[in-house]
Ligand binder design. Sequence first.
Ligand code: GDP
Ligand code: MG
Length: 175
Amino acid sequence: MALKARKVVVLGYPGVGKSAVTTQYVEGQVPPGYSVTVAHANYRKTVHVRGQDYDLEILDTAGQYETSNLDPVYGLGVDGYIFVFSINSHASFNTIKTINEKVLNLWGTSTVPVVLVGNKVDLDQQFRQVSPEEAREQSMKWGCPFVECSATKNLNVEVIFDKLIEQIEKSSSAG
Ligand code: GDP
Ligand code: MG
């Protein structure tokens, strides 16, 4: 069966765990300590999802602030997005909303294939600033899946990419 090439981009506020999610998925580990992604980094993984093989290219970005302009490169030949916030930072959740608007502007469409991800669920619940209910409500408005994960504990990481591939397939068969 033919290998399908798909490209996805990981967006979100700096420090939410974009690189940790990506490297956990691709390499099965998170490098210890804090390493800042300077510009962006490309990863590749061949994956088998629902009977189909994919050559998945993952662009891990340096991160976006509320006011950042979205690099047009993040729209070129891109099939879908992972929007990451951290459950201990409401500011990072708010930033996702502006990132979504910028992506939609880039695409000129009303929806894009996306998975909303709340990372760092392993943190003590006293640090939680974003409830699953609030995030789920947002994801329902966007018509996208919502996943809570822990990149460092490798909880729910694979499911993010499975769901994104599913979203991409749905949008291409609808389009
Ligand atoms: P990025 O800037 O979004 O790429 O964030 P990084 O992947 O570099 O992670 C920023 C910091 O958060 C690092 O110190 C990571 O070890 C930490 N981190 C990432 N994912 C998790 C997680 O799931 N749980 C916890 N507790 N810390 C995490
Ligand atoms: Mg990074």
